[in-house]
Design a protein around this ligand. Structure first.
Ligand code: UD1
Ligand code: UDP
Length: 413
């Protein structure tokens, strides 16, 4: 039996790691330990409840307005102690957060095998997304096994000269979670009714546009330009915007500055003004969020996970970022990068709303990110690779040679 220690701390990591943890817990080949770094406190708690996961270790490091250094030092010292006191065969990390990257680094310092789920995503710009592009490249350097969600991600790793035999294409575990939630919603009408009841304030005669923004590299002017574009968009009679606000204080400050009294904050006890066109709310729990994505006419986001989920639901997505590491949805025709500039953003959003042909072509359900079976593939492959007692816990360093630059510019409209 091999002991896997899952290390993560943010909302998207919890969603994408949960299907693997739940399957591994049922699998006699594995003993599962879970370390929540606490990078996100409020946003992760409902996910543990929903998936029924109880962390064995909680580093509880979240601080309001925390810096990247605060997160890093907290994960380092907390995880170091855990690895000193427990026998672990492999540390499993997901994606590109600072919890995941530092988790992999500490495992490397302990010469414990590192398993990287959602490996190989690249924007080609170390500053965008910041610091995630660095985090995922750094994790790849110390990973022994790379689980790439798509062929594109595998190719990115090969271009960086990671060994082909350590890379496996599995699909994205986020799609496993999404399929499970969709199944739960469709087979539990009372759940669907309860969620729908919470959003009864939405006007069925208007097209609901769901919006999320939170990227660090967009803080300040770029994010505010998009928000100004959203404010313009909300003046159309046929739309209304629902914006679950990330808990980051910088996001909230920009929303307050740009939307001001033009937006209404909704919670359980709010008085609802039916004339209102911009609704702000706390981050939405995962299941209702999937319901809202499904109900939306269009989604505007800078989120990574939402870019992967929306194509499965047949929703056009406008990606509020300079670059994306998820070109698959752009190639599939379901998403577009949008300019982070008020007027250009408004022009594109308006075109999609006004052109039935463009809208229909973007709303075809083409999901390039997985088939819902990534977790079981990961566990089977892991058993094979971890069984090999000769597995070098220190990965081969990539061969140094000039690497062709990535070109995500051609993805711009
Ligand atoms: C982090 C990840 C990012 C991921 C995002 C998902 C890094 C560097 N960034 O960014 O890759 O896309 O999570 O959401 O790892 N806060 C709370 N309660 C919470 C969560 C956050 O109050 O439950 C507030 C705190 O003030 C916190 C701030 O949000 O300091 C920022 O959270 P943090 O994890 O530092 O960065 P994110 O921008 O969320
Ligand atoms: N999500 C959620 N509630 C929200 C916004 C997003 O449950 O209010 C889910 C979404 O379905 C996706 C994940 O959170 O699975 C994405 O997380 P986030 O956008 O915070 O991070 P990213 O994917 O950009 O790293």
């Amino acid at each position: 039996m091999k002991t896997l220690l899952f290390v993560f701390g943010t909302r998207p990591e919890a969603i994408k790691t949960a299907p693997v943890i739940l399957k591994a817990q049922q699998d006699p080949r594995y003993k599962v330990l879970v370390c929540s770094t606490g990078q996100h406190r409020e946003m992760i708690r409902p996910l543990f409840d929903f998936f029924g996961i109880k962390p064995d270790f909680d580093l509880d490091l979240m601080r309001p307005g925390q810096s990247l250094t605060d997160i890093s030092t907290g994960v380092m010292s907390g995880l170091n102690k855990i690895l000193l006191e427990n026998n672990v065969d492999a540390v499993v990390v997901q994606g590109d957060t600072t919890s995941g990257f530092i988790g992999s680094l500490v495992a490397f310092y302990h010469k414990i095998a590192v398993v990287h789920i959602e490996a190989g995503l690249r924007s080609g710009d170390i500053l965008s997304p910041y610091p995630e592009e660095f985090n995922r490249k750094g994790t790849a350097l110390v990973a022994n096994v790379h689980f790439a969600p798509t062929d594109t991600a595998r190719d990115n790793l090969l271009r960086e000269h990671h060994a082909a035999e350590d890379i496996y294409v599995t699909g994205n575990t986020g799609i496993d979670a999404l399929f499970e939630v969709k199944r739960k919603i469709s087979t539990t009408p009372e759940m669907q009714d309860a969620i729908a009841g919470r959003y009864a304030f939405l006007n069925p005669k208007r097209k609901m546009i769901l919006v999320t923004v939170h990227r660090r590299e967009s803080f300040g002017t770029p994010m505010e330009e998009v928000m100004k574009g959203l404010l313009d968009l909300s003046r159309r009679e046929d739309v209304e915007l629902l914006i679950p606000l990330h808990m980051n204080p910088q996001v909230r400050a920009s929303a307050a500055k740009i939307f001001g009294s033009q937006a209404q904050w909704v919670d359980k006890d709010s008085f609802i003004n039916p004339e209102n066109k911009i609704w702000l709310c706390e981050p939405v729990d995962y299941v209702p969020f999937i319901y809202l994505m499904d109900r939306a006419h269009m989604i505007i986001t800078d989120s990574g996970g939402v870019q992967e989920e929306a194509p499965s639901l047949g929703k056009p997505i406008l990606v509020a970022r300079e670059k994306t590491e998820r070109p698959e949805a752009i190639v599939a025709g379901t998403s577009k990068l949008i300019p982070l500039e008020q007027r250009r953003f408004l022009k594109l959003a308006t075109e999609i709303l006004d052109s039935a042909d463009l809208y229909n072509s973007m709303s075809q359900a083409k999901n390039p990110f997985g088939d819902g079976r990534a977790s079981e593939r990961i566990l089977d492959i892991l058993q094979m690779t971890l069984r090999n007692e000769d597995m070098v816990t220190t990965p081969e360093p990539p061969v140094r040679s000039p690497i062709e630059p990535y070109d995500s510019q051609h993805l711009h409209i």
